[in-house]
Design a protein around this ligand. Structure first.
Ligand code: GLY
Length: 382
């Protein structure tokens, strides 16, 4: 089986590795692997901390991926000898004022109604866990099983694992998907050459909707959602675990790494393919971070960056076969691309290699956005 994967973000990389390990001949097409959202993301592994109302199926997928992470990272680190900064020290979500605390109380009830173990903490208990928190922090919730990983270490490890598994990395832009006799037959590159394949996986994040050659009804409904992120550095212990805060209704999170980096994120902006870092975006992040952790202003300012999340209409990934035989989608991971990489790789590999659609992935197949998908498939085959 020959597979062409368009896009070497963490989802494309992890799927390429798994599919090649499963016996497929995989070509991974990307002019600059791991240069999109994967290079900007903070790397929260937080299905509980990032839970939003109405997203219960996404929670189940996130929990399934978080569960896979330990074994996934152990295999990756052993194979490549590279570290990934994987941490399982929980996520603390704190409230700045009384309204924020009320929101967290409601959230806790919602989480408990779904059977998720979270601990409600007083302000003092929050500060016992994180002594740098401001004295005014009202209270919080601890999601003890959430964690984080460093995407800037994960991606190189995945690239190395791909190389070891025999994945062919094609450092060119994909110009179009080739369609022959009503089925995907590979991809044409920007130099005019072709990569022929029995299966094509479109995993190009927010660019997945812009590719030429896709028949109507197969174009994924994804859009870019900008996130600005700050990287700070500390030489002394500052934060023990990922900490999210609600500050007068607006969210900020800080993700610490063992090497002293602290990633502060992230704005959420609907501005098309704009990746400019703005004074306003950075100011809002620092303003809210300082309310929660006043000492943040003493930290070294290392970097600002902006990435584009692949947003989908229901904030959930779009994974599976399309109405064009041989064309599969693996995009739309929105705020959860890093978290969902292991489970996405497993389900996409199963689908690409003709396995059954795993139950956990059923709510996320592309046909949820195209009720006429089956008819379209019949038309394409005719
Ligand atoms: N998962 C964090 C973000 O998208 O900002």
């Amino acid at each position: 089986m020959e597979i062409a994967i368009i896009g070497a973000g963490v989802v494309g990389l992890a799927t390429a590795w798994r599919a090649a390990a499963g016996g497929a001949a995989v070509a991974l097409v990307d002019p600059e692997p791991a240069s999109g959202a994967s290079a900007v993301a903070a790397g929260m592994l937080a299905p509980v901390g990032e839970l939003a109302y109405g997203e219960e199926p996404l929670l189940r997928l996130g929990l399934a991926s978080r569960e896979r992470y330990g074994a996934f990272v152990a295999e990756l680190e052993e194979l490549t000898g590279l570290g990934t900064g994987y941490r399982t020290d929980g996520l603390l979500e704190v409230a700045f004022d009384a309204d924020d605390l009320k929101y967290l109380d409601d959230l806790r009830r919602f989480q408990e109604s779904l059977g998720i173990p979270v601990e409600a903490l007083t302000g003092r208990e929050c500060r016992r866990l994180e002594p740098m928190l401001a004295p005014g922090v009202r209270g919080g919730l601890l999601a003890p099983e959430d964690g984080s990983i460093d995407p800037r270490r994960l991606a190189p490890a995945l690239l190395d694992a791909c190389a070891k598994a025999g994945v062919r990395l094609v450092r060119r832009r994909c110009a179009e998907v080739l369609v022959e006799r009503g089925a995907a037959a590979g991809v044409r590159l920007d130099d005019g050459s072709a990569v022929r394949a029995d299966r094509v996986l479109l995993a190009a994040g927010p660019w997945s909707g812009d590719l030429a050659g896709l028949p109507p009804g197969t174009v994924p409904p994804v859009r870019p959602v900008k996130g600005q992120v700050i990287r700070l550095r500390t030489r002394t212990p500052f934060l023990g675990r990922t900490t999210r805060g609600l500050v007068r209704g607006s969210s900020v999170y800080l993700v610490p790494r063992a090497d002293g980096e602290i990633v502060v994120g992230a704005t959420q902006e609907e501005l098309g393919f704009d990746t400019r870092v703005t004074a306003g975006g950075i100011w809002e992040l620092l303003r809210d971070a300082r309310e929660l952790l006043p000492g943040v202003t003493e930290l070294e300012f290392a970097e600002v960056s902006a990435g584009l999340r692949p947003g989908s209409p229901d904030n959930a990934p779009i994974m599976g076969p399309t109405a064009l035989p041989g064309l599969f989608l693996g995009t739309g991971h929105f705020r959860n691309g890093i978290l969902l990489a292991p489970v996405s790789a497993d389900v996409l590999t199963a689908m690409l290699l003709d396995g059954p659609v795993p139950d956990v992935a059923r709510p996320f197949t592309p046909d949820r956005f195209s009720p006429g998908g089956t008819q379209m498939e019949a038309q394409v085959r005719r």
